[in-house]
Write a protein that binds this ligand. Sequence first.
Ligand code: GLU
Length: 290
Amino acid sequence: MNNPQYRGRFAPSPTGPLHFGSLVTALASFLEARSQGGQWFIRVEDLDPLREPPEATGQILASLDAHGLLPDEPVRFQSRRHDAYQDAIERLLGNGYAYRCQCSRKELHANDGRHPHHCRSRKTIDDDRPYAIRFALEDEDSHWQDQLLGPQHQTVKAELDDPVILRKEGFYAYQLAVVVDDINQGITDVVRGSDLLDMTAQQQQIYRALGSCPPRWLHIPVILNEQGQKLSKQTHAPALNDEKPVSNLFRALVALGQNPPTHLATGSLESLLEWGRKNWQRGAIHLTSR
Ligand code: GLU
C-alpha cells in the first residue's frame, strides 16, 4: 500500500516522560505513515503549563530520538501557536459556532449539568466574571469508520457537554488546538490511543465548523498495567529507559500484535525499525491490550 500523500503525527501532551504506552502509540503512528511511504510529524501539545513539568518536553523528544522515531519536519509546539487558536475562536464566535459561558460549576450542577437555556444565546456578558468559550455542539448521530475498530456510532447530545475551547484561566483547550493544528499541518490520518475515541465525533463537528474535512482516524487499544489500568502518569507508569531502545521497540511491536523475528531483539535499531516498516500489519493489532 503506497500513499505518499499520507501525513501522520504523534502529538504528546508533555505531562511527564514517555512511558511504554505512549511509545506504542508513537510507534503505531510512525509505522502506519512509513509503511505507506507517507510523512510523519511530532507535535508537542503544551497548552497547559500548570500540568506540565518543565523538563517533560525535553525528555519526550530525547526519548523519541533515542528510539529512532525521527520526524520529517521540525517539531511543532502548540505553545507557539496561540495566534492561530485565537483566530479560530474569533471565526467560530463570528459564525455562531461558539459562545461565551460564565456558568459556575454550581449553576451547571443545579441544572442537571446542562447549560441554562440562556447561556448559549446570551448576547452580553458580565464584565466582572471570568468566562470560558465553548463550542456549540449540534445534536447529531455521528457514523464514521475507524481504520482499525471499524464502524463507529456516537450520539452527540447538544448542550450537555459543549466542549470548552478557551478556558476561564485563559488557556486554549485541547479540543480546539488539536483540530486547528491537524488542519494547518494537512494531517490526513490520525493514529492515537482509544482513550480519545469518544472525542472524535465532537472533533468532526469542529473540523466542519472551521470549513475543513475531517481526516481518517485509527484508534489503538490502550496498554494496561497488571491492575488493568491505562499506563499513564496517574497510574505511575515508569519512564522508558532510553538506553534500551531496541528492547523497548521490540516489546512495543509485540504489544501491537506484530511478530518480529527474535534475533532482532538484540540487533540494531535501524534493522528493527526497517523490519517494522516492511512488515507492518495494522490488522494484527489486538483489539484488547495488556
Ligand atoms: N495530546 C493528546 C494526548 O497526549 C493526544 C492528541 C491526539 O492524538 O489527538 O493525549
